[in-house]
Ligand binder design. Structure first.
Ligand code: CO
Length: 130
């Protein structure tokens, strides 16, 4: 099940303004210092849009923007248990970015699969903690 689509942008507020015609809900802002990002989460029906802007140029999203410019960063799918799914994907031959889960925006548990294994798109597995 799709959980969210994430777009990397240099400026969250400017990007939100451009996307306003498509958005129904209020944005929730959060910083995830671990990952060097500031995040805006906007509900979109059963899933949400995640806008990412870098806290510094040498963060992963900062490097992404320098290399590719603003655009689609990752697609996230909801799973029940990220840790066991990461193991299962590795056993099926997928290349992992995270061998163990970490904490993402919105208090979620997340883990990334390498785009080399997934047709060119960075894929996040995520679960919502109670
Ligand atoms: Co995400």
């Amino acid at each position: 099940m799709l959980d969210h689509v994430a777009i990397a942008v240099p400026d969250l507020e400017a990007a939100l303004q451009k996307l306003t015609p498509f958005l129904a809900g209020q944005a929730h802002f959060e910083e995830v210092p671990d990952q060097g990002v500031r995040v805006a989460l906007v509900p979109l029906g059963n899933c949400h849009l995640e806008l990412l802007s870098p806290l510094s140029e040498d963060s992963p999203v900062g490097k992404f923007l320098a290399r590719k410019g603003p655009g689609l960063h990752h697609v996230a799918f909801h799973v029940e248990d990220v840790a066991s799914e990461l193991v299962a994907f590795a056993e099926r031959g997928y290349e992992l970015i995270d061998k163990t889960p970490r904490r993402g925006a919105g208090g979620k548990t997340i883990g990334f699969l390498h785009p080399r294994s997934t047709g060119g798109v960075l894929v996040e597995l995520c679960s919502h903690n109670p």
